[in-house]
Design a protein around this ligand. Structure first.
Ligand SMILES: [Zn+2]
Ligand SMILES: [Zn+2]
Length: 349
């Protein structure tokens, strides 16, 4: 429920972080916790990007393009606070030079492997929430969960805010796909990474579920810890690590001998690489790489083709498709852990 005092408190925090920390903030709708609607011309994107938007270019506090309207101008923030009686304010992370580790407490059954690409310590109880999952990852890396600006959420979650290079880090969600027992995206179960294009609710905000409270004594974010940066790079969150699609030479694979199975496997690898290398971003490159690897892993197991040859060729093709190195390594490793049986050969001789 939004009262005058809850709205004043939330807006006060937003004004303070904009003025003192230079953060880009924006009011959210108190019920949906989403950005307020912009002008009719810009709804649904309006056929232009936020960077091209005439409303935002005026700098007068238009709320067009959702989170991209966020402002660090204290005058604009004061105007919004006067106009919108909302008790929920957010910070736009990427443009504010921030990264949020968003630890959820949604309940539910954790998967057998709650960490992406890292085996859960044998004998350890499985986590009950994202805070557990994250603490275990930090422990495995010999680190403590660093002291930084932290916010308790009304649902029992925790937001950790770190100072990070603007524009470098991608957002992710640590979810388990139906029927799977492993987290294959993000860092781990019930851990969301919010950075580029992402936002989180500021402490001092109140929704129907309760109030977001600062959980740390410090009011400023610590620099991104080295171990966490390494984990983010490993799991494909680093935009700078994305290889640019270049005019790489076509992948050439030759069968070493004239066995039918060897020729079949070499052909399968060649066509998988050719398809993969041409795939644009957001077209399921990761899944394709996983499936191709798992299919070829069966042929490796059957002795039809060499594992090193498969890994090298698929890595090269996926690199050509500009898939980040960390994601390539992970998809290939997963594929080899889940080999599909090699196809049975019908006798033609
Ligand atoms: Zn507009
Ligand atoms: Zn616009």
């Amino acid at each position: 429920m939004t009262t005058k005092s809850s709205a004043d408190r939330a807006a006060g925090v937003a004004r303070w972080v904009a003025a003192h920390l230079g953060w880009h903030v924006l009011p959210l709708h108190p019920d949906t916790k989403r950005p307020l609607a912009g002008c009719p011309d810009c709804r649904g994107g309006g056929g232009h990007t936020a960077a091209q938007c005439a409303c935002l270019a005026r700098g007068a506090g238009a709320l067009c393009h959702g989170v991209w309207a966020a402002s660090s101008d204290p005058a604009v923030v004061a105007r919004w606070a006067g106009r919108w009686r909302t008790s929920v304010w957010a910070v736009h992370l990427g443009v504010s030079g921030l990264l949020c580790v968003d630890l959820d407490a949604h309940g539910g059954t954790p998967p057998a492997q709650p960490l992406n690409g890292v085996p859960w310590p044998a004998g350890d109880p499985l986590p009950v929430d994202g805070i557990d999952t994250y603490a275990t990852l930090a422990g495995l890396r010999g680190a403590a969960v660093a002291t930084t600006l932290a916010t308790d959420t009304p649902s029992g979650g925790l937001h950790l805010l770190y100072a990070a290079q603007p524009g470098r880090w991608k957002s992710s969600t640590g979810r388990v796909r139906d029927g799977d027992d492993t987290v294959r995206t993000g860092l781990g179960w019930q851990i969301d990474i919010k950075a580029y294009g992402g936002y989180v609710i500021l402490p001092g905000s109140t929704t129907a579920a309760g109030t977001y409270q600062r959980a740390s004594t410090t009011v400023t974010p610590a620099p991104l810890p080295g171990w966490l940066a390494a984990e983010l790079i490993r799991t494909g969150h680093d935009k700078h690590a994305t290889p640019t699609a270049s005019a790489a030479p076509p992948v050439t694979i030759t069968a070493h001998d004239d066995q039918r199975e060897a020729r079949y496997a070499a052909g399968a690898l060649r066509s998988a690489c050719a398809e993969l290398a041409e795939m644009p971003a957001d077209s399921g490159r990761n899944r394709k790489l996983f499936r191709s690897t798992s299919r070829l892993a069966g042929m490796v197991a059957a002795g039809w083709i060499d594992r090193a040859q498969v890994e090298t060729a698929l890595t090269e093709a996926a690199g050509h498709a500009a898939l980040p190195a960390g994601e390539i390594r992970y998809a290939i490793a997963s594929g080899f852990r889940h080999p599909r049986p090699a196809p049975e050969h019908r006798s033609t001789t």
